[in-house]
Design a protein. Sequence first.
Length: 386
Amino acid sequence: MKALVLDIPRKDWESTQGMSFVDHDPPELRESQDPADASRVIIRPRYTGFCGSDKSIWFRHAFKEPIFDSLAAEQKTRRICGHELLGEIVETGSYAGSHYGYKAGDIVSTESHIFCGKCHQCKIGDAHVCSDHKIIGISTDGCFAELVKLPAKELWKTDTNRIRPEVAAIQEPLGNAVHACSRVDLRGRTLAIFGCGTIGLLSILVSRAMGAACIIGVDPNPKNLELAERLGVDLPIQVSREAIQDTPHSPDLEIVNTIRNHCFGEGVDVAMEMSGSNQALNTAIASTRAGGDIVLFGISEGDYTLSNFQEIIMHGKSMHSVIGREVFQTWYTLSNLLQSKGHDLQDKIYEVILNRGEGTVFPFLEFNRDQFEASIRQHPKVILKY
């Protein structure tokens, strides 16, 4: 079968970029040799999404150690990448059918964090922060291939009669936005989203569907802000790149004042930091009213500086971190949102974020590295069609 893989030695990480389109042995279920295969299924993808983490692998920005450490443990030299999936089950292990109820022909998406089911977090219902999890396409083989083997416990049935297939393929990243927007009650509240990349843009749509009254989008990239406006943001604010360079940690007071003036002179009820920028974090905190909430999703390596930690305590501001999706509460919520006729969430995702498929949907078997790289540089979300 064909697969999109990372197949370089560890020493070449910094001097290379991209992924390789190669012939690869197809996965098989061999319960007699590996009893765990009884709980697994083989899936034929219909669509897969190219995530921000895949982009980080492509350009060698992140995930070096988990990829190569897991390859060494498995005694492999190739990692099949990708973790955003919509596909059809073609074969099930005996337990996957009898216990989980899956059968050939079922259409599924997948949670990307393979949780162990045994650790303390898993036992008390916090599988999204499992102590011994693996990430599909990073620390175990992923879904950029003609056939994929996954644990049945990770799957989520999807009705493509009610959810457009191209949109269903990106339920996993949409789940990040749903999780972020579920941390606090957004009904009738003012919200500022710092970082209008893919998850920030999805959060605009999700927060509106969840009842946010006023949404402010903050980003240095004018194209991102243009997309944010098309998705319904009430106030776009462009960050000065000079401000980013001159004061890497301090809040941008011009943005803070603009947001406060738009929100009763006090600041937003909720700020979401989606970019990973230290300055954006401090600006988000300063832009939030006393008693408000800050939701943290963006990450970056290294230490962060909080410019006025005392303000968080003295003004009663609450901070909430978000990682992944709650298994499977987030999936249940996002499925309901996508299938609801009370808003245009699906249409906006397809028309704006996926650009109606123009330059964002690529036939997998016709993979062209140069064309694909140009597209992932240009669009917030790109998907592969099988």
